[in-house]
Design a protein. Structure first.
Length: 388
């Protein structure tokens, strides 16, 4: 059955099949070799997931944040790198879709929906750290038809492998007020675009999170998303919601898988002097605590995503809170799962050892947990998010 004709349950069933049949078989190699998860991503695109969040009028599947969250969680139970790479593709596609011109639809959205094009975000810079909304990359008009783009981006997920990049830049003077920047789509084959050394992280090793250098890259004006300088609207209405939900769901998947690994180990484990480990009250208590933590965090993420899909006014605050809560919960769950499995989980090459390394990145990926909690506090107190 075509999953796109069977409703949400059929879409999720197909995503789970891909995760178990393709991603699970590739995950160890992706981690060991720090390899970009091409097979998993290409399979997702071939099955129609490339246009998951692209509106139907552009040829996409028209799904919202809740479906993105559920799909990313399922994928990340087997391979977090694939989950986040797919999530960043969806974020880039969502940004392109908001105010797409006919030319952008033809050049980018149609190939994305046909499974022939992978995109991603390119926002972070070394000089501004976690403040991804303060780009220093410059966008200069050099003719009626072209811009020149110069700067350096860091930690670009899908770096060098994506077909295009949604790049943030300041049009004209770098001293423009906070939030007054633009986003343009940069094709991967652009002259003047180059890449730093391959990604070699402690965890999330398949991300291909690389440095992008742009030296007077000529970009058609037709690749400008929206109007010059209005990208702060995109940041808080498109990029941040989609980005945070994709990340939160990715680490939900890691936490679920870690807890399931611990459960499988404990159910099978027997001690000669005390019998089944699963019969120990202290072990039962710890699993009950961890399951409650996972379940309430998942409900927060899914509820926040659904509130965004429904256009509720406080959705963004809930989304920010969900990613911050997932960060704390996922790290705790994976750590506790490692303790519950003992030396077997701690062994090199175990699934839990990969989860332990992958999950630590959740606090580091911008917006970081500390920044999110500050933003939440500002929102609650009625202080503008970008106020000093």
């Amino acid at each position: 059955m075509n999953p796109w004709q069977g409703g949400g349950s059929a879409i999720l069933k197909k995503a789970e099949e891909i995760a178990k049949d393709v991603l699970a078989a590739e995950a160890s190699r992706v981690d060991r070799e720090a390899a970009w998860p091409e097979k998993g991503l290409r399979t997702l695109l071939a099955e129609g997931f490339g246009g998951l969040v692209v509106p139907r009028q552009y040829g996409g599947k028209g799904q919202g944040l809740l479906m993105l969250a559920r799909v990313c969680e399922l994928l990340s139970r087997e391979c977090a790198s694939t989950g986040i790479c797919f999530g960043m593709h969806c974020v880039g596609a969502s940004v392109m879709s908001v105010n797409a011109t006919e030319a952008q639809k033809e050049s980018f959205l149609t190939p994305i929906c046909e499974g022939k094009h992978i995109t991603t975000l390119s926002l972070s810079e070394l000089g501004t750290g976690i403040h991804f909304y303060l780009p220093q990359t410059s966008l200069i008009a050099v003719s009626p038809d072209f811009y020149s783009l110069t700067g350096e981006k860091v930690f670009v997920t899908n770096g060098s492998y994506a077909d295009s990049y949604v790049v943030s830049a300041v049009a004209g003077e770098r001293e423009a007020p906070a939030g007054q920047f633009s986003c343009v789509v940069v094709p991967n084959n652009s002259l003047g675009l180059s890449w730093g050394k391959p990604w070699n992280g402690v965890g999330m090793r398949g991300n291909s999170s690389r440095t992008m250098t742009l030296r007077s890259v000529r970009i058609p004006r037709a690749n400008l998303l929206g109007r010059e300088g209005d990208q702060i609207w995109y940041i808080f209405n498109v990029i941040t919601p989609f980005f945070l939900v994709a990340m939160a769901a990715t680490y939900l998947g890691v936490a679920y898988s870690a807890l399931d690994e611990a459960r499988t180990h404990v159910v099978r484990r027997r001690h000669a002097h005390t019998g089944a480990l699963s019969q120990a009250p202290v072990v039962q208590h710890r699993f009950g605590t961890l399951w409650g933590m996972l379940d309430r965090t998942r409900r927060l993420v899914y509820g926040a995503a659904a509130s965004f899909d429904n256009g509720e006014p406080d959705a963004l605050i809930s989304i920010m809170a969900s990613k911050a809560e997932v960060a704390d919960s996922a790290v705790t769950i994976v750590n506790e799962a490692m303790t519950l499995t003992g030396g077997r989980g701690y062994s090199e090459g175990s699934k839990l050892s990969r989860h332990l390394r992958d999950v630590r990145a959740v606090h580091l990926m911008s917006p970081t947990t500390d920044l999110l909690r500050t933003w939440i506090g500002k929102s609650f107190l009625g202080v503008p998010l970008l106020a000093d």
